[in-house]
Design a protein around this ligand. Structure first.
Ligand code: BG6
Length: 484
């Protein structure tokens, strides 16, 4: 069976930066099903050859030393281009005929990848419906939808409704590229392929969990988009909640798409809504100094570039264990990590040399750019009486597996081609996420909103975020990763 990937928004940034480089790497490693054709679709007038030339340059830039001219030339023979306007049904019809012509009457698995502006998703899906492009008479048909999936619950529901008028849910693959990261998948392995962590992974032993996605970059040239979005829509509704689900979920019976997603959905169902009256104590908001100077950002913008949300899960495993979700732009360093902070010993016999006793007994799952896991615990300093010091067991992917880590899109694209939706969000997952986020956004726009604290670039957000956590007897694990 052959495979065809039609990319909508083919002249855009995502196609050049992520999709084609990932497909090229899969081809180079001989992982792409043979044959797999790639058909770009967008408004720019281009021939097949012009499109290939454009992608050769950008793929070279994004692949560095992994780019090989001879392999690219072989790969490029599988790339085609169809100019057209997504807004016009006739253009979609022409694309449809081109796909049929390329498939030459052979059955083929087709993947339609929406890498275009989100405002165009609905029109694209409607036109696909008009041309019966979801019909599976001559092979499987799959739809990939990039984030953002809606901008609130009601728009996400509308989009799901329109998609379901054309595609069945099992044909739909909603991407969250965090789930394609090897270190995120490794968290599933850490939890469910080892027996030693499970007995500790609950309210009896865990004091709290910190999930931090810190970015050192500011919003750069994305001011226009970002000012309408803010950190909650841009990072929390998708990436941070996904990390929380994987950290908190129960083991599925089998590693199958619906069973995995059923368990993730249960985490969202257990998530306690944050009401307007609690918003001041459950969240912290921040904006970096200078944000309002970006092009496209309102001079009096109240958009958050930093946030902390304290999440509580009302279930047996996690009752009374706060999950602190935190993300921001223009912070000290780029660092995504999940910190499982275990409880302190019930009765202390020894004096610790540094920090609070909660410094010890911490599992740090480093997602990026450091990729590994550290277990922090106290140890005796030799020949120094009963002096103790914090030390750690340290696992690093790059030491154990020097071949390097693939980009998240490689795994996700391959899963779509194979029809495995385990690492993609289901419609209920997306809607429940928005149902949690919407009231926070609304409360932040109400008189009950906590202040929007300004923070200087290059810090861990506003100082008030540290004070806020200190008032709860805890402290952030604010350590920039050491990269080798
Ligand atoms: C995207 C957000 O979804 O994720 C960006 O829109 C953010 O604002 C990016 O920078 C972070 O992704 P990663 O993989 O670099 O952590």
């Amino acid at each position: 069976m052959s495979h065809t990937i039609a990319i909508f928004g083919a002249s855009g940034d995502l196609t050049r930066r992520k999709l084609i480089p990932a497909l090229y790497q899969l081809f180079r490693k001989q992982r792409l099903p043979d044959p797999t054709r790639i058909v770009g679709f967008s408004r720019t007038a281009m021939t097949d050859d012009e499109f290939r030339d454009l992608l050769r340059e950008t793929t070279h830039t994004h692949s560095g030393a992994l780019f090989d001219k001879a392999t690219w030339d072989e790969f490029a023979d599988h790339i085609f281009y169809q100019p057209g306007d997504l807004g016009e049904s006739d253009s979609m019809g022409r694309l449809c005929r081109r796909l049929e012509q390329l498939e030459a009457g052979e059955p083929s698995t087709r993947v339609y990848y929406l890498a275009t502006l989100p405002q165009l998703y609905e029109t694209a899906v409607r036109h696909m419906g008009e041309w019966n492009m979801a019909g599976e008479a001559s092979g499987a048909r799959r739809l990939v939808v990039e984030k953002p999936f809606g901008r609130d619950l009601s728009s996400a529901q509308d989009l799901n409704t329109i998609i379901h008028q054309v595609f069945a849910e099992n044909q739909v693959f909603r991407i969250d590229h965090y789930l394609g990261k090897e270190t995120v998948q490794n968290l599933l392995v850490l939890r469910f392929a080892n027996s030693i962590f499970e007995p500790l992974w609950n309210r009896h032993y865990v004091d709290h969990v910190q999930i931090t996605v810190a970015e050192s970059l500011d919003v750069g040239s994305r001011g226009r988009y970002y000012d309408q979005s803010g950190v909650l829509r841009d990072m929390f509704q998708n990436h941070l909640l996904q990390l929380m689900m994987i950290t908190a979920m129960e083991a599925p019976v089998r590693f199958e798409a619906d069973l995995v997603r059923d368990e993730k959905v249960k985490v969202l169902q257990a998530l306690r809504p944050i009401s307007t009256s609690e918003i001041g104590e459950a969240t912290v908001r921040g904006q970096y100094e200078g944000y309002r100077d970006h092009e496209g950002v309102a001079a009096d913008s109240q958009t958050e570039t930093f946030a902390v949300v304290r999440c509580c899960l009302d279930n047996w495993r996690w009752k009374d264990v706060p999950f602190y979700l935190r993300s921001g732009k223009a912070l000290s360093c780029r660092s995504t990590q999940i910190v499982i902070q275990f409880r302190d010993v019930p009765h202390r016999l020894f004096q610790t040399e540094q920090g609070s006793p909660l410094d010890a007994n911490r599992l740090v799952v480093q997602i990026q750019p450091a990729e590994g896991i550290q277990l922090h615990f106290l140890t005796k300093v030799p020949d120094a009486g009963m002096q103790l010091r914090l030390t750690d067991l340290d696992f690093r992917f790059d030491r154990e597996f020097p071949a390097g880590m693939p980009d998240a899109y490689q795994r996700l694209l391959l899963d779509v081609l194979h029809g495995d939706a385990s690492l993609f969000a289901r419609s209920d997952e997306v809607e429940l996420s928005w149902a949690f986020i919407d009231p926070i956004l609304a409360a932040w726009r109400s008189p009950a909103a906590p202040p929007l604290y300004l923070y200087p670039k290059g810090n861990w957000g506003p100082i008030e975020s540290a004070d806020w956590l200190a008032a709860q007897g805890r402290q952030w694990f604010d350590v920039c990763p050491v990269l080798h």
